[in-house]
Design a protein. Structure first.
Length: 736
């Protein structure tokens, strides 16, 4: 074959994507991405060598004879589609032990980052694949251009040294995968590729934000709370002009953290040339609330992305549909953000290089999972130190995440506590006293449990009241005992209907209509409700504070709002919820002062973390390289890094005319990014147990590989959400 005949891809029209052209363009694009973290030389080599295996006569015969759109997809095992091992072998041949670095990237650019040592399936581990010398020999029989094969060990050192090796490898992997996907997309669909990018500059985004905030200020009542919010906003703007690093924003609930943290981020982005702002939220169930606020300001510059609809199995369409966070403002979840930083799959890793040189706002950061806290804090430090990432830890209940000792003088986070955290607010204690708007009534006896009938009767005595409980089962039991007209807010509803329900609640409160709501903790972050009375089932002190933030939020009551903490009939579920509640009982027993005083939270979190395993799955050991950069178990670590143990399965629902049209489009075209972004608002997360039941009964249909839709409209109720055997059932969409 002459060089122009070697194909990287072939479309349905039998047009050829020239292999040399593909390798050169991927190398250039990947290098551009990796330049953000001084690793362009490594990325350029990975791009040039990633598809060397496609030069083999066996692969070329297959791609010309088979359906070219799927023929190139490499599962990482044996067979003619394995075109990734040859490039990994060549990297080791050229660079020796340093070739192992590129070997991880190249061998995994379809199947995902591999383990070094075999765990399950034979032939998948990189250590094994580097013994398949014949694959490189087969490719080398072709007349591969010298400019493709050229290369020497980069002068750039691995970013972060051995401590940062796993993260750096993922960032390089992301640069390679995104470059490969985009060049492939430009061949298959030039029109779609042409629509990418074109977002407004940060200067333009800041101008839109400033104009919005000016309109808000002009229309706001001159109240003490609004004056304090204005002061917080000013402090955030001023802090945004300072140098980079890790910041904390400690503001009581209702202090305007969402917009003030965005003000900080925009000031900093414009001043220091940052590429994007990533807003990370703990609850999938309320992500649309924050995304809607930002879309109202920035329009299409905002993308909303959570873990729900990432395909598990790779094919041609799912590769091109995978999210890459190319927008200037991204709203995502703890699950999507933190799991991606430890991921192995291409769809999860694709976006990682776009985290470099960004500003990451962690909203309600106290909700980071304690069992993964040590590796998470290590990654945050590495991102801040080596990848130009600015973190803002935004919360009313600031967790104790800095380097510190436990009660026995031991380093609580084993050296990985956050480094040099700077507080944005000049005097948080004064701010907390100024924003005291509620009285919190703790149980007289923490051991005395109340039955739901008594709780319901007491709650029903209030004209407008919010009751927050720990589980969906508790919410259903309490809801059944409440008067007609009570609103049940649930993560079982798709995002579109949650938004509509929350809008109804806000409208009723604004019009001073009687409003009674029963909800799980999904209202405790990102939902700006303002009730005169809030009841909260016994929970962690941080959760009690968040519940209090939905009470007298605007400070308009003549007297302080009322927050009642009660002991429910059954304790919180085993795990972090129960530990948090027990820590609160221990801390508050005999306590006479304000439970929500700021210094109580530092004590609460220190006690809470001391009782937890902070690297429960041993990720640090799995991700530690050996002397020759071998030995890293990327895939095993990714499987263990699950913030939600039963993450469930996303099921798309046909809830209105819009969703019906989107589902029909999905059936016709298959997934692509713009469509999947819209469909996120019409998805419900179902636990694996109930999903299996739905599937067995034929109530869900697989529209595309790994993407499911509800078949029967009768199983979805606009007020209650997904129904199963008479009960709403879904996996709780929190970080846990």
């Amino acid at each position: 074959m002459n060089n122009s005949s070697y194909a990287a891809h072939i479309n349905e029209a039998k047009d050829i994507h020239r292999l040399e052209e593909h390798l050169s363009k991927v190398a250039k694009r990947a290098a551009d991405y990796a330049a953000a973290f001084q690793s362009d030389q490594w990325a350029e080599l990975a791009g040039r060598w990633h598809d060397l295996g496609k030069y083999s006569a066996t692969f070329q015969k297959m791609i010309y004879e088979a359906n070219g759109m799927e023929a190139h997809v490499d599962s990482g095992g044996d067979g003619p589609r394995n075109h990734s091992s040859a490039g990994a072998l060549y990297a080791v041949e050229k660079l020796g032990a340093f070739g192992h670095l590129l070997g991880y990237l190249i061998s995994g650019h379809h199947a995902g980052l591999p383990d070094w040592h075999k765990v399950d399936a034979p032939g998948q581990a990189l250590g094994e694949r580097l013994n398949e010398k014949q694959l490189l020999e087969d490719a080398s029989k072709a007349e591969i251009p010298a400019n493709i094969l050229a290369g020497e060990k980069p002068s750039q050192l691995p970013v972060g040294g051995k401590e940062g090796f796993a993260l750096w490898t993922r960032m390089l992997f992301s640069a390679l995968v995104d470059a490969d996907f985009l060049d492939t997309e430009s061949f298959y669909d030039q029109e779609k590729a042409g629509k990418r990018g074109g977002y407004p500059s940060m200067n333009k985004s800041k101008a839109l934000f400033d104009a919005y905030m000016q309109r808000m200020a002009e229309g706001a009542d001159d109240t003490p709370v609004n004056r304090i919010r204005s002061e917080i906003l000013t402090e955030c703007r001023m802090a945004g002009l300072q140098a980079g690093g890790i910041y904390s924003l400690t503001v009581p609930t209702g202090g305007g953290k969402t917009l003030s943290s965005m003000a900080f981020a925009l000031e900093h982005a414009v001043k220091h040339g940052k590429d994007r702002i990533i807003y990370v939220i703990p609850y999938t169930s309320i992500i649309e609330q924050t995304a809607n606020i930002f879309r109202g300001i920035f329009g299409d510059s905002v993308i909303e992305h959570h873990s729900s609809l990432d395909p598990d199995k790779e094919d041609h369409k799912s590769r091109l549909a995978a999210e890459n966070w190319d927008a200037p403002i991204v709203v995502t979840t703890n699950v999507q953000f933190f799991e991606s930083l430890f991921a192995a799959r291409t769809s999860r890793c694709r976006k990682l290089h776009n985290i470099a040189n960004s500003i990451v706002i962690l909203d309600e950061a106290q909700l980071m999972p304690p069992e993964f806290l040590q590796p998470i804090l290590k990654v945050m430090n590495l991102l801040a130190r080596h990848f130009g990432v600015i973190f803002v830890i935004s919360t009313a209940t600031q967790p104790a995440l800095s380097k510190q000792e436990d009660g026995f003088g031991r380093d609580l986070f084993k050296g990985y506590g956050l480094e040099q955290v700077r507080e944005i607010i000049s005097d948080p204690d004064t701010l907390y006293r100024a924003l005291e708007r509620v009285n919190v009534e703790l149980p007289a006896d923490f051991q005395e449990r109340r039955n739901w009938e008594d709780v319901a009767q007491e709650i029903a005595g209030h004209e407008s009241v919010l009751a927050i409980v720990n589980t969906r089962k508790d919410a259903r039991e309490l809801f059944r005992l409440m008067p007609e007209g009570t609103i049940h807010l649930s993560a079982l509803m798709c995002g579109e209907h949650r938004s509509q329900t929350i809008a109804t609640i806000k409208r009723r409160l604004k019009d001073r209509l009687p409003t009674c709501v029963v909800s799980t903790q999904l209202v405790e972050a990102g939902v700006d409700l303002d009730f005169p009375v809030v009841y909260r089932a016994m929970a962690g002190l941080d959760s009690i504070a968040q519940a209090a933030g939905r009470c007298n939020r605007e400070g308009k009551l003549l007297e302080k709002g009322k927050v009642v903490v009660f002991v429910p009939p059954k304790p919180a579920p085993a795990g972090h919820l129960l530990r948090a509640a027990q820590t609160t009982v221990s801390l508050m027993s005999g306590h006479k002062g304000d439970p929500l005083a700021r210094d109580n939270f530092a004590r609460f979190f220190e006690n809470f973390y001391t009782g937890c395993e902070l690297d429960k799955e041993g990720l640090e050991t799995l991700l530690k390289p050996e002397g020759d950069f071998s030995g890293v178990q990327f895939r095993t670590a990714a499987m263990k890094m699950q913030l939600i143990k039963d993450a469930g399965v996303q099921v798309l629902v046909s809830a209105d005319k819009v969703s019906e049209g989107l589902l029909e489009q999905l059936r016709i075209t298959g997934p692509y990014r713009e469509l999947m972004r819209k469909l996120q608002r019409y998805s419900v997360n179902v636990s694996q147990f109930w999903f299996d039941k739905l599937k067995a009964k034929g109530d869900v249909q697989e529209i595309h590989s790994g993407i499911y839709a509800l078949v029967s409209p009768a199983l979805y109720h606009n007020e209650f959400g997904l129904l199963l055997e008479g009960e709403p059932m879904a996996a709780e969409q929190t970080i846990w």
